[in-house]
Write a protein that binds this ligand. Structure first.
Ligand SMILES: Nc1ncnc2c1ncn2[C@@H]1O[C@H](COP(=O)(O)OP(=O)(O)OP(=O)(O)O)[C@@H](O)[C@H]1O
Ligand SMILES: [Mg+2]
Length: 387
């Protein structure tokens, strides 16, 4: 990273009692300023604990936490330039919208006119102009959430922590707020750290996702990276729907599963290594039985609005999920076709570090090889063996 990280965790662990289990296990990350980060994980995985350590609501048991280059382990809550938005909004119910948003500024004894100016600006940003005198109790869930966000941005903190802020909203409002939050973050350029257990939400909103499981970061990357290259079964099933079958990596770019050999784009593994093979439902195409790479029998079909969700079984009794805009007939045998790049290979028990090292190594080898081929081809052109 070229810039100084806005937040840095160095070997951070957490246990709530002295000899108890570790809730966070050696967490390390560096966050760049101005980005939208998401912590994604199941209930109890440690997401809120990470936010609370940044906010100062709880201490790390070991390790160091830095905010904008300064070690903040011992810095009190109110001296940390971060603001938390909670799921339950944490608004003052008997006060009006204006007073709730102005609250952090009043504590800091800011001049009255300045407060008014900034509250009005914040209200405009969250599209609540005209609501300043409304009581909190008389707002809808989405409006309350906007007030909480306005209160978070009013101090222009370096980092805003959002702990499942949208989970109390219905689906439509939630989607709307996802767009709004993302747009607001980009406009303000403040670093957001957003917690959710909703994988679709994390894919839609983030620049960068951390997948947390049992107090550890399992994988981190852009939404596209994580969706396209899940490092293990856990991530593949957690992010999106997946078909996962056992396979054997015969050599680089050649994998065997369902008793057949398939071309793949993965490599860097041992010969004949046992692997998990992932193919996403939307990457499987229905074909006539004799034109497919796999032969399956349709077991069930559900119409999901945009696509049909088809479950079909192969000869080995394995189930395949297919997302198709074309209807199938239950009981019928169909072929399934897919491309080499739609086959994602996962090593068993590979950590994120091993994964990165392997990708780097074989991509490098591939680049060198491609370079050699180019050089040979150029030479052939020069001496006329190829035109
Ligand atoms: N104050 C506490 N004392 C003891 N254990 C705690 C405390 N706070 C959290 N834990 C435990 O730490 C673990 C992680 O909790 P945390 O709240 O960080 O999870 P989470 O990922 O935010 O889950 P959720 O999605 O349900 O909010 C859980 O097993 C929880 O029971
Ligand atoms: Mg939580």
């Amino acid at each position: 990273m070229t810039h100084k990280p806005i937040i840095k965790f160095e070997n951070v662990s957490k246990s709530f009692d002295d000899n108890g289990e570790l809730i966070l296990k050696d967490i390390n990350f560096e966050l760049e300023s101005g980005k939208f980060y998401t912590l994604l994980g199941a209930s109890g995985s440690g997401k809120s604990t990470i936010l609370n350590i940044i906010a100062g609501l709880t201490d790390a048991t070991s390790g160091d936490i830095y905010l904008d280059g300064e070690r903040i382990n011992d810095v009190p809550i109110n001296k940390r330039d971060v603001h938390t938005v909670f799921q339950n909004y944490a608004l003052l119910p008997h006060k009006n919208v204006f007073d709730n948003i102005a609250f952090p500024l009043k504590i800091r004894k800011i001049d009255k006119h300045e407060i008014e100016k900034r509250v009005m600006e914040a209200l405009k940003l969250v599209r609540l102009t005209g609501f300043e005198h409304r009581r909190i109790q008389k707002l809808s869930g989405g409006q309350k959430q906007r007030v909480a966000i306005a209160r978070a941005i009013i101090n222009q903190p370096k980092v805003i922590l959002l702990d499942e802020p949208l989970s109390a909203l219905d689906l439509k409002l939630r989607t709307e707020m996802q767009y709004e939050l993302r747009a607001l973050q980009q406009k303000l350029g403040i670093t957001f750290i957003f917690v959710t257990h909703d994988q679709e939400e994390s894919l839609a909103m983030s620049d960068w996702i951390f997948i947390i499981n049992e107090g550890e970061i399992i994988q981190s990357g852009t939404p596209v990276d994580i969706y396209d290259e899940p490092i293990n079964r856990f991530v593949a099933t957690f992010i999106g729907e997946s078909n996962i079958v056992k396979g054997i990596m015969l050599s680089d770019y050649l994998v065997e599963f369902n008793g057949k050999k398939f071309e793949s784009v993965d490599g860097g593994m041992r010969q004949n290594e046992a692997v998990d093979v992932v193919i996403r439902p939307e990457d499987l195409r229905q074909t006539l039985p004799d034109e497919g790479k796999l032969l399956v029998r349709v077991k069930t079909q559900l119409f999901r609005g945009v696509h049909y969700e088809i479950i079909a079984t192969d000869d080995l009794g394995q189930e395949w999920m297919i997302h198709s805009t074309r209807q199938a007939i239950v009981g019928e045998v169909i072929g399934l076709d897919f491309d080499p790049e739609d086959i994602h290979i996962m090593r068993l028990n590979e950590t994120e570090e091993d994964f990165d090292a392997r990708i780097e190594e074989y991509v490098e080898e591939e680049t060198i090889e491609a370079g050699l081929i180019n050089a040979i081809e150029e030479e052939m052109v020069v001496d006329g063996t190829k035109d």
